[in-house]
Design a protein around this ligand. Structure first.
Ligand SMILES: Cc1cc2nc3c(=O)[nH]c(=O)nc-3n(C[C@H](O)[C@H](O)[C@H](O)COP(=O)(O)O)c2cc1C
Length: 327
């Protein structure tokens, strides 16, 4: 079984499913597992820890995966791009900012460039800079993002960027979501929340267990965690995660958080060590409703791919009753 699209042809995949380059979560083992199971795995270069990136690229087997960067952070540590390119990545995935300073370098080395965007305007800019694939990310996504919803954003981006193939991200975690994204004109999907709970993910075991229990309605967007971690995210980006008492309190009182920053940062650091999830974050998106077990990445991928294939072949259940997990 397989689904063929421009994405699967370009990278030799079985399924048009990409592991999002999640900072602190998508390490080498998870990226490698997704690639080995027929998807495209990415290591999350995150906020620029060189030793971490070198270690995780080695853990991925130095080759069969891509590398993702948060663009505004990469601009502060541009040498990391050279480290990534030295490992002959399958692709470089740039999100949350202007790809211009890096696009030529990536393309000169013959490495495909994937740009994740949150609006039609950003999509047009990335297409103009030569992105090989554009990821249209909706606000349902776990982690950082912006305001547009996946369902209308994906076809709008498809229409806006002409021949550049588009991937959908945000709220996709099963075969139904994958099939729907392909129907919207995407050639594949980028999934974070679905793989957060994979056995191979670097998320803390307690956070994975909490994600399995959480519902999409418990997630929300804010900037509290960025403030407390000292990450200087530019507008319009904020972060979707499961709202806990810490978030709920400070979301309504940004000034108070500013006044108490040192104490709250110490509290947050302690909570990370102790896996205290009343303070530490479970970073997942609305699709967490569909995430119900900690399991190997290969199982998550196969169920999603096979589920979509059944639906796309017309052999699925009655419209509106397509099963999410039963394939
Ligand atoms: C825990 C977590 C961390 C993330 N970190 C990054 C990141 O470092 N860089 C990035 O480009 N996207 C990051 N994202 C966003 C993903 O690229 C992707 O857009 C998103 O996960 C798709 O939506 P979904 O969570 O509903 O699958 C992160 C997402 C999650 C859930």
């Amino acid at each position: 079984m397989a689904i063929r699209t421009v994405l699967t042809e370009r990278f030799g995949l079985t399924w048009p499913i990409v592991l999002a380059p999640m900072a602190f979560v998508s390490g080498g083992a998870l990226a490698r597992a997704v690639t080995a199971a027929g998807g495209l795995g990415f290591v999350g270069g995150g906020y620029g820890d060189r030793d971490w990136l070198a270690r995780e690229l080695a853990a991925a087997g130095n080759g069969p995966v891509g590398v993702g960067f948060i663009t505004w952070s990469l601009a502060r540590n541009p040498d990391l791009l050279a480290l990534a390119l030295d490992h002959a990545p399958r692709a470089v995935f740039l999100s949350f900012g202007d790809v211009r300073p890096f696009a030529a370098r990536v393309k000169r080395q013959g490495v495909p460039l994937i740009a994740q965007v949150q609006s039609v305007e950003m999509a047009k800019a990335a297409a103009g800079e030569g992105a090989d694939f554009i990821v249209a990310q909706g606000t349902e996504a776990g982690g950082h993002g912006a305001a547009r919803a996946t369902l209308p954003l994906v076809p709008a981006v498809v229409d806006a960027v002409g021949r550049v193939p588009v991937l959908a991200a945000g709220g996709i975690a099963d075969g139904r979501g994958l099939a729907a994204a392909l129907m919207l004109g995407a050639v594949g999907v980028v999934c974070g929340t679905a793989f957060y709970v994979a056995e191979e993910s670097l998320a803390a075991p307690a956070a994975k267990a909490a994600a399995v229990e959480a519902g999409g309605g418990e997630t929300g967007r804010s900037s509290v965690y960025d403030t407390v971690r000292g990450f200087d995210w530019p507008a319009p980006f904020d972060i979707r995660l499961v709202e806990n008492p810490f978030i709920s309190r400070w979301k309504r009182d940004g000034e108070g958080l500013g006044r108490n920053l040192l104490t709250e940062r110490a509290r947050y650091d302690r909570a990370l060590v102790e896996s205290d999830l009343s303070v530490a974050a479970v970073i997942v998106g609305e699709a967490v409703d569909l995430v119900r077990a900690v399991e190997p990445a290969a199982d998550i991928l196969a169920r999603m791919g096979q589920g979509a294939e059944v639906l796309l072949s017309g052999a699925g259940a009655l419209v509106g009753q397509a099963p999410g997990r039963a394939t």
